[in-house]
Design a protein around this ligand. Structure first.
Ligand SMILES: O=C(O)CCC(=O)C(=O)O
Ligand SMILES: [Fe+2]
Length: 326
């Protein structure tokens, strides 16, 4: 479904691509692939129209599973395995109504069922696990298709595309931005400051309430409307490394008209634990010298969230960027 701000997004290079029924080799695949790659090269983001989150699953996720999780007692939520990019983030002084959890690692061992058993011992909430698992399975299809389209669209061969996809982990993250009186009073609230994701790709699903904004090259902010059949696929910093800078990590933020609670879900890919990410050979040549040194993902996460990188506006560049005069 095209929306009023599509023209504005398109003017800045962001495309909306309908992937319903589009499979490798099928009619429309090459055209869709070119549009996905062009949008990614322009601003590190693309809007994807899909059929992976129908009304029933959306209702089960945002009407039940996500509210049930956030309604758990704070100590139960905080008990989830934690680390710089995993686990539960509770309300903080500068973000008093924000909560988020990234815990449902879907491709590495026990995944969602283990977490569900921890939150609701004795299997008292099987529907939660079923909903999150189905959501993850459906979003995995979008992640893999878009991930392949980006690299193929940049001219990367099948073998490298497959080994890139094999090098990733996938997890579910859900966030709640509680109703804010301050935002309601002013009619506007900045819910999450501008940032780049420390991922390969983040699939962002907005529910009902708008808020996601992408930064254009001229610094202006482009609102992405929450539409039931559309997700925003956003390039994270590690995709910039893999593509040797051809795809920039998208700068984005969340702002929303105040008052209403906002829920969102993300399905993100990150390098597997212990993996070192490097620019793909096919994207490095005499005209495109490597822009990044090999990036040890665990080391980068530590640098960015715990170490000196916390204070930097571009921690990736400081951690593994090839200095301009090297
Ligand atoms: O809630 C959203 O729409 C996006 C949130 C986001 O950008 C993030 O959690 O990194
Ligand atoms: Fe983000």
């Amino acid at each position: 479904m095209a929306s009023a701000n599509d023209a504005e997004l398109r003017r800045h290079g962001i495309r909306r691509v309908d992937l319903r029924g589009v499979k490798p080799g099928s009619r429309g695949w090459e055209e869709a692939r070119a549009a996905v790659a062009a949008s990614m090269e322009a601003l590190g983001a693309v809007l994807v129209v899909h059929d992976a989150l129908g009304p029933d699953l959306r209702r089960a996720l945002f009407g039940r599973a996500v509210p049930e999780f956030f309604a758990l007692p704070p100590d139960v939520k905080r008990g989830l395995v934690s680390g710089p990019i995993n686990g539960y983030i509770g309300p903080r002084p500068y973000a008093p109504t924000y909560e988020s959890v990234r815990a449902w690692e879907t491709t590495n061992g026990g995944g969602v069922r283990n977490v569900g058993d921890l939150l609701w011992p004795h299997g008292r909430n099987p529907s939660f696990c079923d909903t999150v698992s189905t959501f993850a399975t459906n979003m995995l299809g979008i992640q893999k298709r878009v991930g392949a389209m980006i690299l193929e669209g940049l001219g990367v061969g099948q073998g490298s595309v497959v080994s890139h996809l094999d090098s990733l982990n996938y997890s579910v993250r859900v966030s709640r931005y509680g109703a804010s009186e301050a935002a309601a009073a002013t009619g506007y609230g900045k819910l999450m400051a501008s940032h780049r994701d420390c991922t390969v790709l983040s699939v962002v699903v907005q529910h009902d309430v708008e808020g996601l904004e992408l930064q254009a090259k001229d610094g202006s902010w482009l609102a992405v409307a929450p539409e039931p059949d559309t997700v925003a696929v956003i390039a994270g910093e590690l995709l910039a490394v893999v593509t040797n800078g051809r795809v920039p990590a998208c700068v984005h933020r969340v702002s929303a008209p105040g008052g209403r609670e906002r829920l969102s879900a993300q399905f993100v890919s990150t390098p597997k634990d212990g993996h070192t990410v490097r620019p793909l050979d096919e994207l490095v040549d005499g005209h495109h010298p490597p822009l990044y040194n090999p990036c040890d993902f665990d080391g980068y996460v530590h640098f960015r969230f715990v170490g000196d990188g916390r204070k930097l506006s571009d921690p990736l560049e400081a951690f593994c960027g090839v200095a301009k005069d090297e």
